[in-house]
Design a protein around this ligand. Structure first.
Ligand code: CO
Ligand code: ZN
Length: 329
């Protein structure tokens, strides 16, 4: 499974340009499902047909990145954010464009506390504007460039938000033994810029319940903000974030199934941040929705960290939902 995760996280997929990821995932899951298609906004939807409830699972394929806004006379690139970026985590890091060009992020002089993205630039090693323009154009998107690292129980990589959610769904699809339900596994697009892919996917599917899989923050590092989620203490069942209050029926279903199946879990209240469930639950006349979160340190940096035991617990919870009668929906 770690090699699957390595392959997913090292791929290129900023919001709006997810086809490298969705193509890979389609290749991995299509033999296990009845239907596999890509919709207008690029969401990959893998469907396992059934006669029970319509269940939509969603994990986003896109990652945070940058978009080029200006190329100056010396060949330095100015950029804007794609998704949420903290300028302090960008310094010295590298970005990679779709064509493979690598750049380093630097900054103008000034106080670090005043650092903002408009005081930063990307250096692709060009010696002139012409040389830079031959490699990169205005509007080109880049992702952060960093390799996967295996620390044992824990792994570190860029874009574990949310390729780890994708990996959970891929593994669940492969391990799924029985389910009476009509299961839609959505590998959604453009989450990082406003939960956009999941919105149209949910409208098209019109599910009886929706479950997002995504990372959440933790409170288990030195002087961390108080938050009762830790790496290695189990899958996190979301109670609330800024995009959704988990529907009580969905939250209680997940708690019951975790308890019945001895799946290690923790309850999560995330003060700022959202997931695809924020879009799914507001679809049509409302969809009962919740989120299975994978605890993650250093979210939205090039070194996101998760614990593989929490990943396994998350797969088990997805499978338990698929096997349940879901009679309350
Ligand atoms: Co994110
Ligand atoms: Zn995410």
């Amino acid at each position: 499974m770690k090699s699957l995760i390595k392959d997913l996280v090292e791929s290129y997929g900023p919001a709006g340009f997810e086809t490298e990821i969705t193509d890979k995932i389609a290749g991995l899951v299509k033999e296990y499902v009845d239907e596999c298609y890509v919709d207008t906004l690029g969401n990959l939807i893998a469907r396992k047909k059934g006669t029970g409830k319509k269940v939509m699972f969603s994990a986003h394929t896109d990652e945070i990145g940058v978009v080029i806004t200006y190329i100056d006379e010396d060949g330095f690139l100015r950029f804007s954010n794609v998704g949420g970026l903290n300028p302090l985590t960008l310094l010295g890091n590298r970005v990679r464009f779709a064509n493979g060009v690598i750049g380093v992020i630097g900054r103008e002089k000034g106080e670090l506390k005043d650092l903002s993205i408009d005081k930063m630039y990307i250096d692709i090693g060009a010696e002139s504007q012409e040389e830079a323009q031959a490699k990169v154009s205005i509007g080109d998107f880049a992702v952060f460039h960093r390799e996967f690292a295996d620390l044992g129980n824990r792994i570190v990589a860029k874009s574990l938000d949310d390729r780890i959610g994708c990996a959970v769904l891929i593994e669940a699809i492969r391990r799924l033994d029985q389910s009476e339900h009509d299961l839609y596994f959505v590998f959604s697009t453009q989450e990082e810029v406003g939960l956009r892919g999941a919105r149209t996917a949910a409208y098209g599917i019109n599910p009886d319940l929706g479950i997002a899989l995504d990372v959440t923050r933790t409170g288990d590092t030195p002087e961390a903000p108080r938050m009762d989620v830790s790496l290695g203490k189990g899958t996190a069942i979301k109670v609330k974030d800024s995009s959704v209050i988990a529907h009580p029926k969905v939250k209680n279903l997940m708690i019951r199934l975790a308890q019945e199946n001895n799946i290690k879990y923790q309850l999560e209240v995330l003060e700022a941040g959202g997931t695809d469930a924020g879009a799914i639950h507001l679809t049509r006349d409302g969809v009962p929705s919740g989120t299975i979160s994978i605890p993650c340190r250093y979210v939205h940096t090039v070194s996101e960290m998760v614990d593989m035991r929490d990943v396994e617990n998350s797969i088990d919870l997805v499978l338990a939902i698929c096997r349940d009668s879901l009679s309350e929906f």
